[in-house]
Design a protein around this ligand. Sequence first.
Ligand code: DGL
Length: 270
Amino acid sequence: MSNKQHTPRVLIFDSGVGSLSIGAAIHDLLPDIELLYVMDHGGFPYGEWDEALLTTHICATINRVLTVHQVDLLVMACNSASTAVLPALRSQISIPVVGVVPAIKPAAALSKSGVIGLLATPGTISRPYTAQLIQDFAGNCTVISVGSRELAPAVENFIWHNGDLDGVLQNVKREFGEHRDFAKMDTIILACTHFPLVQAQLAGLLPNMQWVDSGQAIARRVAFLLEELGLKRTVKEVVAMQSAIILGDEQGSASLVRYLQNKNIQISAD
Ligand code: DGL
């Protein structure tokens, strides 16, 4: 987009509804920029993909979307994807890419006990990128990692079909509880963008924790980069358009459509 007078437009990409937690934080800080959510429902769950295949799949999908939709900036609103695909993606597209990765640094700074929970998909937990973040920013903390296979699908099912979460949340609690330092854990990183959507339910089962996610930091980064791109923002009072494309199921379910409508997000065709 070369005309600097247009309303900035940001693409928020995820395998599914995780894009909504990041989008909500961006919309809170920057209500006057357009948000285009792309949910790769057909590729869900990313947390189970092989790293190389995931990289190829996401780069091809985003390149396809960008041939149709003009945007100024892309947010990879998925920890499972960002911890694998960022270098390849950045080498293939010309707009800036903001990656959502586990918020290990702020969590380590916040924890008083030095025992932190890391709740993510199996993919994110296994990535060398995540191990490096832990080494760099939480070297003197104990990090209790739980790579849940079930939680992102359960959140997806919760938003799409009002599905039940209880059993899966109990399993998450049990997995944390099996660690010998669990009693000292005071902070949990929600290192999958689906999880902030059920933070209240998690907090009901795991009380007295500090919950850390990446949403606000990502929103600040988007604001900074849009300034840097020289994009003139419209007046503050204007609330700009939010729309969503669901790849692999253009309609969405009735429950998802209602959820999006409550947030003033329109479903649009690919
Ligand atoms: N939202 C994705 C993340 O942040 C996970 C969901 C998936 O497995 O596709 O990791």
